[in-house]
Design a protein around this ligand. Structure first.
Ligand code: FES
Length: 217
């Protein structure tokens, strides 16, 4: 019985039971720390690669549409690129009466999902506007809503211009005015444009442009 009473410390196979429990406890702590470190590394690694939706898309500036021309379609990034200039109005882009005194000039990356219930809308060349097939919302070239039920202008991604070495050109990151991304004029030394599809902001809730479009819902 005396031998049994001190069983916890009796040598068995070279180590005592107490030492064995210490080893198990130490191994558990080490495993926990390894898992924690692995999780930290996993969080720090970028989730999306360049050129994958959710990551950055770097495109040559030559892929930007002409001023006030039809939008460039980039299905992999789920955005349209547009290049607007309110000082050169045409059939595709002109300011509405309520935009007197404003200037809209530069490039926008517009999310391809309707702000109503999330359908994929499309540019309709015959009508010079985006039209949603689900419930009829319509948007101007720059994404401003023309007809409801869309609750707001189309959402936009942050963009930035890069030089020949792919370094950011200062002061070309999408400016935020009233918490909305604004157009960015193309700088003369731009070689690439970078669109960050992980940085999206909702479009402004401007008034409908039914007067501008000539047909109210
Ligand atoms: S989802 Fe586009 S109008 Fe309803």
């Amino acid at each position: 019985m005396a031998n049994a009473a001190i069983g916890a410390d009796v040598q068995s196979g070279g180590i005592s039971r107490r030492e064995f429990l210490y080893y198990i406890w130490g191994a558990s702590i080490a495993l926990y720390l390894a898992q924690f470190a692995g999780l930290m590394v996993w969080f720090l690694i970028p989730r999306f690669k360049e050129g994958e939706f959710g990551g950055k898309f770097v495109l040559p500036v030559g892929s930007i549409p002409d001023v006030n021309a039809e939008p460039g379609n980039f299905p992999d990034g789920r955005f349209w690129l547009v290049n607007v200039d309110s000082d050169q109005p045409n059939d595709l882009f002109a300011l509405a009466p309520d935009e007197t005194g404003q200037t809209l000039k530069g490039v926008l990356a517009i999310y391809k999902v309707c702000t109503h219930l999330g359908c994929i809308y499309a540019w309709t060349p015959a009508n010079n506007r985006y039209e949603c097939p689900c419930h009829g919302s319509k948007y101007r070239l720059d994404g401003r809503r023309i007809e409801s039920p869309a609750p707001r202008t189309l959402d936009r991604f942050q963009l930035e211009f890069l030089d020949a070495n792919r370094n950011p050109i200062p002061n070309t990151l999408s400016p935020e005015v009233d918490d909305f991304y604004q157009p960015v004029p193309v700088p003369s030394n731009a070689v690439f444009i970078s669109i960050d599809t992980s940085a999206k902001k909702t479009g402004p809730g401007d008034t409908l442009l039914c007067d501008f479009a000539g047909s109210c819902p």
